[in-house]
Ligand binder design. Structure first.
Ligand SMILES: [Zn+2]
Length: 270
């Protein structure tokens, strides 16, 4: 995932040189707004094409879906639609939105849940009109619980981005519980580490999440895209996290073979 503070085309090139398979683009201020993406369309698309990158889109994490003020929610919905248009331009087929990040205690829980479902319905419609599948990402249980996700999915035809770090944080309900509830719904995964308390987005292995167990649980039903949401300024941690994921996912021997193959064909001449 790009840092929205940085130039998007340069971010894509950096991930390309690191041999990633796809990029998840957060369409987000200040550096990757729909306007900026429109302005720098050519450089961005050139970078995506030169690495043959698949693209996933992400709405700004702080975009409310259950804002207490209806007019603010309406404005956020309008901005989300602009983000979907930018996602189309980037060639994304899936876009992720988080459940509400504002403290749920600001309003009655039933209202919070009803607003979330109403907004997700509108977002799903707008995304689907543009050929994009909307994925709803779990945040913390205080934001939206497994029980509430069940209600949401009974009313809205959306899939899910399973965020392992959020599920394993103190106020999460655990990856295992999400998998048993939504196995058939998971269409994308976010992976990062934390101290089992806060939502820290640490490199894999730097925190306390039992990652081998989580990977085993994921592997039991899933073989799709995984974004490493490692928010470190030093991108070496991203490279290291991918290595650790590959070893956990494929085993050491297979990982070594992949590396040799990439060494033989990768990087050079691009
Ligand atoms: Zn996430």
């Amino acid at each position: 995932m790009n840092s929205p503070k940085k130039e998007l085309a340069a971010e894509i090139e950096l991930f390309g040189e690191m041999n990633f398979d796809f990029v998840e683009i957060t369409i987000e201020a200040p550096g990757a707004t729909p306007e900026k993406i429109g302005e720098k369309k050519k450089a961005i698309l050139d970078a995506l094409h030169s690495y043959n990158f698949g693209v996933l889109a992400h709405l700004p994490w702080y975009f409310s879906v259950a804002h207490p003020y209806a007019r603010i929610q309406k404005a956020i919905l309008e901005e989300s639609v602009r983000a979907f248009d930018a996602a189309v331009l980037l060639g994304a087929k899936k876009a992720t939105v988080h459940t509400e990040f504002l403290p749920a205690g600001l309003q009655d829980r039933a209202v919070h849940v009803a607003k979330t479902i109403e907004t997700v319905k509108s977002l799903q419609k707008e995304a689907s009109n543009r050929g994009i599948e909307l994925l709803v990402e779990n945040y913390l249980a205080s934001s939206f619980s497994i029980k509430e996700f069940k209600l949401l999915f009974s009313e809205v035809d959306a899939k899910m981005t399973l965020d392992v770090g959020h599920a394993e944080a103190k106020d999460g309900e655990g990856v295992g519980s999400f998998i048993s509830a939504f196995k058939g719904k998971v269409a994308h995964v976010h992976l990062h580490d934390n101290d089992k308390k806060g939502d820290l987005h640490l490199p894999l292995g730097a925190g306390k999440i039992d990652l081998p167990r989580c990977i085993k649980e994921l592997k039991s039903f899933y073989n799709g895209t995984i974004t490493l949401e490692v928010h470190s300024e030093d991108r070496d941690y991203l490279r290291l996290s991918r290595e650790k994921l590959e070893v956990m996912w494929f085993g050491k021997a297979h990982h070594q073979k992949n590396k040799e193959y990439q060494g033989a064909v990768g990087g050079a001449g691009r």
